[in-house]
Design a protein around this ligand. Sequence first.
Ligand code: ADP
Ligand code: F6P
Length: 319
Amino acid sequence: MKKIGVITSGGDAPGMNAGIRAIVRYGIYLGMQVYGIERGYAGLIEDTIYPLNMRSVSDIVHRGGTILKTARCPEFKEKEGQDRAIEIIKKRGLEGIIVMGGDGSFMGAKILSERGIPTIGIPCTIDNDLPYTDYTIGFDTAGNTALDAINKLRDTMTSHERISIVEVMGRHCGDIALYAGIAGGAEMILVPEKKFTIESLCKKLIESYDEGKKSGIIVLAEGAGHAEDLAREINARTNFEVRATVLGHIQRGGGPSMVDRILATKCGVHAVKLLKKGVGNRVVGIKNNKIIDMDITEAISLKRKFDQSLYNIAEIVSL
Ligand code: ADP
Ligand code: F6P
């Protein structure tokens, strides 16, 4: 394979740029030409594709976001959009594609592979919600951003003897809340995978208040509820004074952590190696600290398993 393209698609994740850099430079090292496709799958439909060289990816390894931009492209879910994309890929002479994104983007990668364009997926999402890989690119950075906020909030909560509810991202997956919550010593961690009632939550808080705990942090994943609503409920039912903070898209930005840059670099290199061999329809990831690849269909059909043992530890070491 001589000519390949790279796409960043879906929600952006810190580390995408480090991945693009690795793909371009490793591709060139193997004698390939690498093309950047702008704004996710929309770039394939609108033909916004341009060559990338060693210098195009200078000075980006430490930057969040993606130099290729990203987009959600509903047209690509339809046959007409896919036909147009295939036409453009052929016209441009691209022999393989690397898609950096989440599970939605991988559906697109599967379709491209099925239609004869070898395509490889690289897991990029801050949510860490792809079951086939232990970690996704962007999760570590986002978790550290949340942790930094938790640390800062704890200072002021302790001074004022208040409770802080910190709402973090994660619609279906509570990993940001779980990891940042444990690392930040949160008194409670609320995730979409674990049901809770306001009554039991307030009961725990009242008990700990009676035992002398006058301040604390509750980390709430967005999929488990809204910080303002929960603050109102706790204010009404306990003696605690509660404040709510929603971190929102701050978690999606910022320079990637060392862990995310290394993971993105390793995944990028592995993806290029697969395409060089003519292999498509695979996703790359990390399992037990080893870079792996797996059939896309198999990867997206796996059901995510919640880390119950880590959650149990959180319950024991909190409050
Ligand atoms: P993520 O990749 O972060 O999960 P999305 O679910 O928004 O983000 O998907 C990103 C893009 O991937 C979509 O806008 C669309 O272009 C493409 N995509 C998602 N689902 C499909 C699908 N079933 N078939 C084809 N393309 C899809
Ligand atoms: O990247 C995943 C995610 O951050 C979710 O946790 C969040 O709900 C969603 O994306 C928001 O994305 P957007 O505002 O781009 O639609």
